[in-house]
Design a protein around this ligand. Sequence first.
Ligand SMILES: [Mn+2]
Length: 406
Amino acid sequence: MRILHTGDWHLGKTLEGFSRLEEQELFLDDFVRIAEENDIDLVIIAGDVYDSFNPSAKAEKMFYDTLKRLSDGGKRLTLVIAGNHDSPDRLVAAGPLARDHGIIMMGTPKTVVEAGIYGQHQIIDSEEGFIEIEINGERAVIVAVAFPSEKRLNEILYTGMESDEEKLRSYEDRMNQLFRNLEKNYREDTINLLVSHLFVMGSVESGSERSIQLGGSYLISGDILPEAAQYIALGHVHKPQMVPGSKRRARYAGSPIHYSKNEISFQKSLVKVDLSPMTIPTIEEIPLKTYKPIEVWQCDSLADTIKKCEDNSNRNCWVYLEIKTDQYLKENQIKELKDLKNDIISIRPITPEEIAGEEEIKTFRERAFDELFKDFYKNQRGIEASQETMNMILSLVYGEDENETD
Ligand SMILES: [Mn+2]
């Protein structure tokens, strides 16, 4: 069976108010083409199809058109689950109509998809949180857990008869229980998959996700993911990556488009997975085009900025301007820049005082914390903190930049 894993499309998402629909349309065209060219049997969209609970009519039309094209008259199956950005009800509203096109939609962990014919394939069996499908004679058991918010998770786990102690169990404990219940459906004669939209500890966020792990409560550890799942297709994190602690079986496909300037350093991609029962899957990352790059231009003066805007006036890109200057920009100067170059998202003048001040704050904070922590560690443990420990603590304090090695 050949699978194409994607997620976090966020149709309708803007860049600080600027529409990205054009780029999103280009991606959707490419996506359908890639599915066709690679002879994909099953498409998995791991949540966050839309950016909001109330997607625009345009965004919805784009999604439905894409599903229909993917289906190619029911030849290809597509499984869609809701992410934290999607309204479960709204996302699956078209489910019954989509069935003829081989489209399976799951809004919450409690969704039960009706068994029967879907396009040219079928769902053999289904219950809360899992389906068994047959595609061209091959069977797959898919544990599918649409975004498990605290409330939705409790709805599937609890009957109302639990003791207070049971109700107070951590989010991770409850997810662990859910996976232990659901993994019983995996068999040796089927392909075994898991699809969900959640945050696994240690994954590297890029900043355009809306945090779902409020106060750390929605975190799970990679080692509670079911052992018998051969491939685990996740959504939520926008940087494509292998999931820490998952023994290389779980991946975030990432969003297909750079949704913030913090993401521009990495390549967007899809994941193509080939597998049969009891085998280790063959995995290939399919790189995506950058349809309209987001760029940060650091300019040394206003004159330098004007020249850069002129030189790039024909290029299709989003621009954040940072201009070193010792005076505030006047309205006519800003207008001149915006007349020369389309799609300037913001203009940030950087004064000499600011440059000096930032340097000073940065040096002071990093040095001070670094040294304080080293002293603290030595005091507590009686040994020097290793470089690994230092890297980890610095990345926790200052963000992700220090540990982007994988
Ligand atoms: Mn997302």
